[in-house]
Design a protein around this ligand. Sequence first.
Ligand code: SF4
Length: 234
Amino acid sequence: MKPVLKKHIYNLTPFTLLDFPGKVACVVWFSGCGMRCGYCYNTEIVTGHANYTYEDALKFLQTRKGLLQGVVLCGGEPLFSFDDEMLHFIKEIKEMGFLVKLDTNGVNFKALQRLLDEKVLDFIALDFKAPKNKFQLVTKNKTYSYKLFLNSLKILIKHDTKFEVRTTVHQDLLGLDDIQNMVDVLESLNYRGDYCLQNFVESEKNFQNLTKRHDSFDIKKITSENLNILYRNF
Ligand code: SF4
């Protein structure tokens, strides 16, 4: 009897020009995440509902060879349930000739290190959720997760794979001083790349009942001599 394959993937977005800088790509949405960020709008994905197996995704990708340049691994948190099976899946994607981008909250730094060692990632977007004193408030995750995230950041700073750091901003959760504090952390670790500040996406499905979009501060007051600060959707 054929074994029943486990489903890990919530959905596939067949085409995007927005999610992989400079590339025509598709998105693989992994289910599950250990965080519960107040502004998260992918609540159904995060709570673990999955519809597709790795086999399903690979069959789809076979039909996109030569049409797409890249595959974005997104979620949820793609590395939440990382194992050898997932590594094999990513290797198969690379063998088909696609570039791979990983969107991650950085908590599973060991999985990130393994993927870098295996040379299967071409670009990483690392979430910097909040400064240390607000990390638990924003993510509803364990206190030591900040330290795990920092491990990922330090690993990436030392590595030659391209990456960006990004923060989702909701003014109920982060103030200007918090964001400036995060800039200081990045600079003190000698990060010198892009720091993307992105406005939260309004949704009826956020984990937390947040106020609607408002402008209690001017995000463009954030300054840095060493980082390239990018603003998305402000
Ligand atoms: S926004 Fe937070 S809760 Fe939602 S997928 Fe990302 S890390 Fe998980």
